[in-house]
Design a protein around this ligand. Structure first.
Ligand code: WT7
Length: 569
């Protein structure tokens, strides 16, 4: 592999181990409408994402391919596309038999096991809208989402069911329990028993053909303020999910793909369910929390080739140990590694390159966008610190507060021109919120992120709109300061916020988690401060640094909760 450093920036030329899928495509002349038209011509009005994910492979002779490898301690199970078809067919029959109609919402609350995937796909096959919940959600979060959605049914298990407040959910008609522990007197059903009663004939006819714009899946996303919003995606999203699986994930026939996210959040559905299955890939499904040794051992044991994870996970792997840890495992199967969810620090790209011997490809998108929009393609150069460039067919702009396009190099609102297939269909029961994403004549989708684009089109994330710091009139993006903080050996993780200050408006305040080999002292903190000052600028160096045992993070996505830290500051 070749790398150069331009100024402080690490630049990694592409040197993939196999020819990348995208190389055969003329990306400059690509239009999503043409792609869409091909799907429309092929499907002739008979859309169903679950059919495209599963049954199509069986119908076209790929039924014996392994769809899922499930690993959980000593359990190791393989499920083929044919088995996946049979399972989702039967499940879909049960869902329909309980009276669930097209477009009605069915939720799932399950740990990351094959049934978390099978249930979501079965709901979609039956024409209903799937509402997958993350397994760590507690009662209030579950209530809010199911109530807002008028959920009619939930599939959960004996361990998690106590968090579902059935008596407070008037629309809820059915509770199905996966595995043992259904309380039949309370009206719960035992899922496996229901499945046994399904006839072959009914299963053969079960796929509900829908229109491309009908609801498929709903994910709730919490903005920095207010109630979580229900982001509804429709079946047409698969057009883009399939293509980005091919181009960005670079999925090929014999790949073993591992997406570390849970299907209860959008990375775990768009790129944990749809993209890999649409492309006929084999997915590794792991249960349980993060553990560095276990994670490395999965890569070795299952020969993972394509790996999609998040900066938090990479930072934790880095903190868990250097070469001596990594050398215990054979990670040579890894061909393509990707990241999403929060800014990917240049230091982590460097670590990946030097220690794991891979380029980590950052990708940018949102729950609302349904699929990747800004990406690092496998056959293109990576600039560490940039999220990459717009996907073929996608137009990005940096707008000022009046919606005018800013020249290259200036920081402003990151916006995307409307018209990509996987764009959300609606915000559930909140038309006004939906419209608020299109403040300027409806042409631009405004993301709420601040960024700039360089001359070559690379997009550099600065912060969420609300997180930008203004100190003595200077705008300081927390991400850049955080990235500088973690280049100091003592710092494992960092979060930077603005702290109110009479003189300067705000000052930069840093929260850090120290490496266990280092002990907190005023001298160390001053050293870290000067380290950042030397890397960035005096005004960007944190005036205050506070040491925390860990950073507060959202349970779902592992995003640093800067708002909480800001209150604390
Ligand atoms: C927000 C969306 C959709 C996948 C996961 C997040 C931040 C996402 C990146 C990235 C910097 C990123 C943005 C975005 N974000 N990817 N590569 N670099 N920031 O989904 O929960 O809807 O959050 O996550 O702020 O707006 P989400």
């Amino acid at each position: 592999m070749s790398s150069i450093t331009s100024g402080e920036r690490l630049i990694l030329a592409s040197e993939h181990k196999e020819k990348a899928n995208i190389e055969s495509v003329d990306a400059t002349s690509f239009h999503w409408n043409d792609e869409f038209d091909q799907w429309r011509a092929r499907l002739q009005g008979k859309w169903n994402a679950a059919y495209e994910c599963i049954d199509r492979h069986v119908d076209e002779g790929r039924g014996d391919r392994v769809a899922m490898i499930y690993v959980n301690d000593d359990i190791h199970e393989e499920i083929t596309y044919r088995q996946l078809k049979n399972e989702t067919d039967r499940f879909a029959v049960v869902i329909k038999a309980k009276g669930i109609k097209r477009g009605e919402r069915v939720f799932t609350l399950l740990p990351k096991t094959p049934n978390a995937y099978i249930t979501v796909l079965a709901i979609i096959k039956a024409g209903a809208v799937a509402g997958p919940l993350f397994e760590a959600f507690q009662e209030d979060a579950i209530f809010e989402r199911m109530y807002n959605c008028d959920a009619k049914m939930i599939i959960t298990d004996a361990q998690l069911k106590s968090r579902v407040p059935s008596n407070k959910l008037p629309a809820l008609e059915h509770v199905l329990i996966d595995g043992e522990g259904a309380d039949k007197e309370a009206g719960e059903y035992h899922l496996q028993e229901e499945l046994e009663s399904v006839s072959k004939e009914s299963a053969a006819q079960v796929t509900e053909w829908v229109d491309e714009n009908e609801g498929m899946i709903i994910h709730y996303t919490s903005g920095s303020t207010g109630q979580p919003k229900g982001v509804l995606h429709s079946h047409r999203a698969i057009v883009q999910q399939k293509k980005t699986g091919e181009w960005v994930l670079d999925l090929k026939e014999n790949d073993v793909y591992w997406c570390t996210s849970h299907p209860g959040w959008v990375t775990g559905s768009s790129y944990g369910i749809f993209a890999p299955f649409l492309n006929g890939a084999t997915s590794l499904i792991n249960t349980g929390r993060f553990d560095a040794n276990e994670w490395y051992s999965y890569i070795e044991r299952f020969n993972v080739t394509v790996w999609y994870s998040a900066p938090t996970a990479f930072r934790m792997l880095k903190a868990a140990g250097g070469q001596e840890l990594i050398e215990r495992y054979n990670l040579s199967s890894l061909r393509h590694v990707l990241s999403v969810g929060e800014p990917l620090n240049p230091e982590i790209v460097k670590w990946g390159y030097e220690q794991l011997n891979v380029r980590i490809h950052d990708t940018w998108w949102m729950t609302e966008t349904g699929a990747q929009l800004i990406v690092n393609l496998p056959n293109q150069t990576i600039k560490a610190g940039s999220m990459g460039r717009p996907l073929p067919g996608i137009t990005v702009a940096i707008l000022d507060e009046s919606g005018n396009q800013l020249p290259r190099g200036l920081v402003g609102q990151l916006a995307v021109r409307k018209g990509w297939p996987s764009m959300m269909r609606e915000i559930w029961k909140n038309e006004e919120k939906y419209r608020s994403y299109f403040p300027y004549d409806g042409e631009w989708y405004v993301s709420g992120d601040l960024a700039y684009q360089d001359e070559e089109g690379f997009v550099f994330f600065q912060s969420r709109n609300d997180d930008m710091i203004n100190s003595s009139g200077e705008r300081i993006g927390p991400f850049e300061v955080e990235s500088a903080l973690i280049t100091h050996d003592a710092v494992i993780e960092a979060a930077v916020v603005g702290k109110a200050d009479e003189l300067r408006g705000e000052i930069v305040k840093g929260f850090v988690v120290l490496h266990p080999d280092y002990e907190e002292s005023p001298a160390l903190l001053e050293e870290i401060r000067l380290h950042v000052r030397g890397k960035l600028a005096a005004h960007a160096a944190p005036r205050e640094i506070e040491v925390l045992k860990e950073l507060p993070k959202t349970r779902i996505s592992g995003k640093i909760m800067r708002r909480l830290l800001k209150e604390q500051a």
